[in-house]
Design a protein around this ligand. Structure first.
Ligand code: GLN
Length: 472
């Protein structure tokens, strides 16, 4: 628990040097096996910073080490988006969430591996090579925030940040047996997040239990004059929640599309919740078969526009200068971007071109609206919507990355919350052959604290929290 760790550091139950040393020892032992990080900061520099933060301990995270996904801008620390395009890019400013973390005393340990520009579900499209799952080194940790998930599961850090456009926090949370929240859209500033698909994504907390998740969310959330898509809102923190009489809708059409081992763990989780008094009923989401196409059409369209800024002129990969801009851009972009990113820029540009715009983009927006209405309607009658986080077990390295359609299909359960803008979290539900399986809970818009409070109850019922993979 983070609050306890801060206390221990403050009253010297835990020596500062020991805290930092043991973190780097863990890195020394395990990092080469899993490759969770793209950049790890110098140990002595980190130690100095931790000491300083604890000298003047005003923050809720005083001296606590945190891992940050490498698409979140950190002043003076390289921020690559796992792309050759930004291999040497060092931002001159901090993202708003980073400023907030620093104000609370947190210390950045390093920047975590991810799918290139957050495009992927397995952390294999990274220019720096894949991250491996600490629970099974043959398998992926999910993605795109797979480095953050793996760093938590490997016991390197207790808290991390990810970003979630269509499941990128929840997939690695599920596959690493940790907790991750995709916040209500507009409650966390995206200033300083390298944009992939603005209308869908949020930065969000990842942690090893629901309490730390909520603490981290309380620090990074809030409106921001630097991000016009944030909203002013009063945090709705429930006083007391109980599982008894909580009404949970189970998405039948989504569960049916999941693999057997996943469904069996999911159903046994539901049985445990219902013996705690939860009221569980099956419903259909409706339009489920259109959720993925709509998501990918919108995400790729926004991506094609966002990634136009990487032209190698002001910053980024700029090996070539051909005397004319067409060839200069084409060569630099051709080498700077990986194959999945290029695929999406091409498809997104095609979708938005005259003649196809109505047929694809506008249609996708209409489907998004229908799905959002259905989600909101279900949540008028129910407090929560539950499903497995991922429809399949963590794939083996190389199993899906070569087959984009297979990889996109992994996101069926998670994209719904991004299309609808509602909060969704993933927490450990159980294991199948020692492979982690996640439970996803979606809630009403702005009910983030409520779902995290329920999640805290569930972690106790299942006795699944503060888990670390048996790797050494
Ligand atoms: N896998 C999804 C995609 O590739 C989601 C990624 C994300 O949430 N950033 O778009």
């Amino acid at each position: 628990m983070i609050t306890k760790l801060v206390e221990d550091l403050l009253n010297k139950n835990l020596d500062i040097d020991e805290y930092v040393e043991r973190t780097y020892e863990r890195i020394e032992k395990i990092e080469k096996k899993i490759k969770a990080f793209i950049t790890i900061r110098d140990k002595e520099e980190v130690k100095r910073e931790v000491r300083e933060k604890l000298k003047n301990p005003k923050g809720k995270l005083s001296g606590i080490l945190i891992a940050i996904k490498d698409n979140i801008s950190t002043k003076g620390i390289r921020t690559t988006c796992a792309s050759r395009m930004l291999e040497d890019y060092v931002p001159p400013y901090d993202a708003t969430v980073i400023e907030k973390l620093k104000q609370e005393g947190a210390v950045i340990l390093g920047k975590t591996n991810m799918d290139e520009f957050a495009m992927g579900s397995t952390t294999e499209t990274s220019y720096f090579g894949p991250t491996r799952n600490p629970w099974d080194l043959e398998r992926t940790p999910g993605g795109s925030s797979g480095g953050s998930g793996a760093a938590l599961a490997a016991g390197i850090v207790d808290i991390a940040l990810g970003s979630d456009t269509g499941g990128s926090i929840r997939a690695p949370a599920a596959y690493n047996a940790v907790f991750g929240l995709k916040p209500s859209y507009g409650t966390v500033s995206r200033f300083g997040l390298v944009a992939y698909a603005n209308s869908l994504e949020q930065i969000g907390p990842m942690a090893k239990n629901a309490e730390d998740l909520a603490l981290l969310y309380s620090i990074i959330s809030g409106d921001d004059p630097k991000d016009a898509t944030t909203i002013h809102f009063e945090p709705q923190v429930p006083e007391k929640v109980e599982l008894k009489d909580v009404k949970i809708a189970v998405l039948k059409d989504i569960v049916e599309a999941s693999d057997k081992p996943v469904v069996s763990i999911f159903n046994s989780t539901l049985d445990k919740l219902s013996s705690e008094g939860a009221i569980i009923k099956e419903v259909n989401l409706g339009y489920a078969e259109y959720a993925l196409p709509a998501y990918y059409i919108i995400a790729m369209s926004e991506a094609s526009s966002n990634l136009a800024r990487f032209d190698g002129v002001r910053y980024g990969y700029s090996k070539y200068y051909e005397g004319n801009w067409r060839e200069t851009f084409a060569k630099n972009r051709g080498e700077g971007f990986g194959i999945e990113v290029k695929r999406r820029i091409l498809l997104g540009s095609f979708i938005l071109s005259a003649g196809y715009y109505e047929e694809f983009y506008i249609k996708a927006l209409k489907i998004r609206r229908l799905i959002k209405d259905n989600v909101d309607n279900i949540l008028k009658e129910f407090d929560l919507i539950a499903s497995p986080t991922m429809p399949i077990l963590p794939p083996k390295i190389g199993e899906v990355v070569e087959d984009p359609i297979k990889m996109y299909a992994m996101d069926l359960n998670t994209v719904i919350a991004n299309l609808a803008g509602v909060p969704a979290l993933s927490q450990p539900a159980g294991f199948y052959n020692n492979l982690p399986i996640g439970l996803q809970l979606m809630g009403r818009y702005l009910s983030d604290y409520y779902i995290m409070a329920i999640s805290a109850k569930i972690e106790k019922v299942l006795n699944l929290y503060d888990l670390t993979a048996p790797i050494s």
